[in-house]
Design a protein around this ligand. Structure first.
Ligand SMILES: [Zn+2]
Length: 254
């Protein structure tokens, strides 16, 4: 009720005080003037108070870190989406969808990170306003992989760890080219046993992506596969190609 008092925490009024209405730093004259301008319903004021409280928790830092990054909302959108401003959805690292307009509203208080890709979707450059040290590679992988890279796995990036495509003990590097996102359950399937999966960096149509090679009991031919679950554009492209050239459509999306 204190945070939702008329005049408090009103996002439509830049002069509206933020936080607790009874805090000593809140000027009573400023609050009275803001209350006189406040046309929000009680429900809207409660909503805005809740939103302000969540923001205060996020900014306080008490949420700590999660898998090497500060616990916060990570939203991915392309430059086309950014320039379009309205229409379409951005994706979050936990697999959620967010209207671009809402994502831009959040971006006012965000740390924007620019990841540049080559035509095959491989990260070329990471630009950021504030240096995040070792977290940089994780951000680039969230943008490049979107989630677990094992074929068919829908686990989002927030629940994945960074893994070496080639085992570090076998000479795998920690360069971005040698890293990929995988959930714990899928990563546990990678081993040298007869029932284990193998991973390697793809060439061909999706260069730079992580290919998963199934064990013989899953596929006797051990054909490498790529996960398209977090890249819906690839599935749409493939469906379009299939419609235009049904005879060439024989190479099913692996
Ligand atoms: Zn997985």
């Amino acid at each position: 009720a204190k945070w939702a008092r008329p005049g408090m925490n009103n996002p439509a009024d830049p002069s509206s005080p933020t936080g607790d209405a009874e805090h000593p730093t809140v000027d009573s004259d400023v609050l009275a003037a803001a209350a006189a301008r406040d046309t929000r319903t009680t429900a809207q004021r409660n909503h805005d108070a809740f939103s302000a409280m969540f923001r205060a928790v996020l900014e306080s830092g008490i949420l700590g870190r999660h898998r090497g990054l500060p616990a916060t909302t990570i939203i991915t959108m392309t430059l086309e989406q950014l320039e379009g401003a309205i229409g379409g959805v951005a994706t979050t690292a936990s697999g959620g969808l967010l209207p671009i307009g809402d994502a831009l509203a959040l971006a006012e208080q965000a740390h924007p990170v620019l990841v540049l890709f080559d035509h095959d979707g491989r990260p070329l450059h990471l630009g950021r306003r504030r240096r995040l040290a070792s977290a940089d590679q994780r951000l680039a992988l969230i943008a490049a992989d979107g989630g677990c890279t094992r074929p068919g796995c829908a686990v989002p990036a927030s629940m994945c760890a960074v893994h070496h495509v080639t085992d570090w003990q076998k000479g795998g590097t920690t360069d971005i080219d040698g890293l990929t996102l995988a959930c714990d359950a899928c990563h546990a399937r990678v081993d040298d046993s007869a029932a284990g999966w193998a991973t390697r960096t793809a060439e061909g149509r999706y260069p730079g992506r992580t290919e998963w090679i199934p064990p013989p009991h899953v596929d006797p031919d051990r054909r490498p596969r790529i996960n398209h679950r977090h890249h819906p554009g690839e599935l749409i492209d493939h469906a379009r190609r299939g419609m235009r050239a049904p005879r060439e459509g024989g190479d099913a999306v692996p």
